[in-house]
Design a protein around this ligand. Sequence first.
Ligand SMILES: Nc1ncnc2c1ncn2[C@@H]1O[C@H](COP(=O)(O)OP(=O)(O)OP(=O)(O)O)[C@@H](O)[C@H]1O
Length: 226
Amino acid sequence: MLQFFNVTKIYPGSIKALSDISFRVDKGEFVFLVGASGAGKSTLLKLLTREEVPTNGQILVSGKNIVRFRGREVPLYRRKIGMVFQDFRLLPNKTVFENVAFALEICGLSGKQLKERSMYALERVGMAKKADRFPAELSGGEAQRVAIARAIVNNPMLILADEPTGNLDPDNSLAIINLLKEINYTGTTVIVATHDAFIVDSFRQRVIALKDGKLVRDEESGAYAG
Ligand SMILES: Nc1ncnc2c1ncn2[C@@H]1O[C@H](COP(=O)(O)OP(=O)(O)OP(=O)(O)O)[C@@H](O)[C@H]1O
């Protein structure tokens, strides 16, 4: 489903964030991307969302070289990816329902279908009953559930989560990763960047470890530390 070929990313100022990275993730896999702060995890995710382009190397997603995308290809590609962030990034002046529906509106959906699909996504994350609340009225765990509903409402092929448990306590962290696992069971590929050792050790999934921009470990059923 996605493949990195010898990807290097050098930011202005000669900062080498990623160095000669190659790996492949198949459809339906669940991957923890681990590494200390500054190891290059966010850069790798930004290459996948096409917020950044590699300095060298190629990235294939669903058979397409995303490095070569031009113009309209980029927003169309991004619609197929669900993003989840540490700080939730919900729109404060929109309700829970509106936050999720907004992702569909951008794609031109309206009316009954928009309502049904938004409510179904909220049901999947257990937040339908709070559809009319505003983000400020939610706990961190609830806010992250809504963010996940927003990420899945378009039926993405890929979910990228950048430190999704960074603002949550251990119980909520487990619940959020369990939710991402449930979504993964339905065939969506999931990549979670994290430095939460407790989470990684609890779930024992594939682990790709970065250190100083290099891929230093790729293990099935891995632990946080090698
Ligand atoms: N836009 C940028 N311009 C210049 N340097 C950058 C930029 N973004 C990241 N870097 C640098 O690239 C390296 C990798 O950063 P990155 O954010 O990918 O690491 P990370 O593993 O996600 O860290 P964290 O867990 O703290 O988010 C770091 O040295 C960082 O300072």
